[in-house]
Design a protein around this ligand. Sequence first.
Ligand SMILES: O=C(O)c1ccc[n+]([C@@H]2O[C@H](COP(=O)([O-])O)[C@@H](O)[C@H]2O)c1
Ligand SMILES: Cc1cc2nc[nH]c2cc1C
Length: 336
Amino acid sequence: MTFRTIDELRMACLVLPEGNDTSATAAAARQSILTKPLGSLGRLEEIAIWLARWQGRAIPRLDRVHVLVFAGSHGVTAQGVSAFPAEVTAQMVQNFARGGAAINQLARQTGAKLVVKSLEIEKPTADFTQAPAMTADELLEAVNAGINSVQDEADLVCLGEMGIGNTTAAAALAAALFGGTARDWVGRGTGVDDAGFSRKVEVVDRALAHHAKALADPLEALRRVGGRELAAMFGAALASRKRRIPLMLDGFVCTAAAAVLARLAQGGLAHAMTGHVSAEAGHRKLVDCLGQRPLLDLGMRLGEASGACLAVDILRGAIACHSGMATFTEAGIAEG
Ligand SMILES: O=C(O)c1ccc[n+]([C@@H]2O[C@H](COP(=O)([O-])O)[C@@H](O)[C@H]2O)c1
Ligand SMILES: Cc1cc2nc[nH]c2cc1C
């Protein structure tokens, strides 16, 4: 799946497949006969049914978990919006390749395949306080890169990113998609001080004013105030939906990118769960806007798909119970 025009891409977002009702119904029926009071496994029960729906399998599996991390560079870093210099993006990509980042450890411990995709990190997007971050072709190239990173064989896709300056882009994008001003969405990202935080608020408000007339269209908002790794995450979210592969979202930046799909199509993120709520100020509000309930709340604000990857073990717990527990009949236990 590769898109040559934004209109082609937009049309594709309007025809999204639904999950498999038969598998979901079978999974729900099984949950009702396992040796536990119905509902006593709380969200683990919902998770088993959700995975069954999107995998089209009454007993879901997580043998092949793919963690996709996209990296991009941001022209808006020229405005002094991050606690770290822009070159850290490329340096962290090298760290991923050498196995030294947090996500390398988390992916290994959960048995997931980690794929890191650099999106022209030597070429930052335009500073979106002055011009659209990307041209239409640049947007399409990044979206297509995300789409083509999703492989049919995956049982679950975890999404994440790396990009100095991208919490500024995500705040602007969230404001474009859900309204409000910079104050509603800006957080401290990698840890900017009070002066940096004020600059960030002013930068996002200036960007929102500069692009005001064009932000009602979610794809145009992504092009104007997003970034390549956000575009790629949006593409991967779309591709996983097209292939009916369940999707695990990460923190603020990842969720803002995926939110573009929810704004283009009602129920566009029905195949997605959010692995954790980030400590980044706007994330809680963003997941609320999307009707998402994050699985973990660990005060993390790293990105890299780290929260998404950690949540995989909760899914594994849900599947272990769903597939391995005895039924009331098998165990000879009286039903309530
Ligand atoms: O995803 C989040 O919730 C999140 C919150 C704070 C920081 N980050 C990561 O930090 C980087 C962006 O922070 P900043 O301050 O440069 O905008 C980028 O590489 C993200 O992966 C990510
Ligand atoms: C060191 C470092 C690692 C990261 N991983 C994701 N975002 C990051 C930002 C920084 C600064």
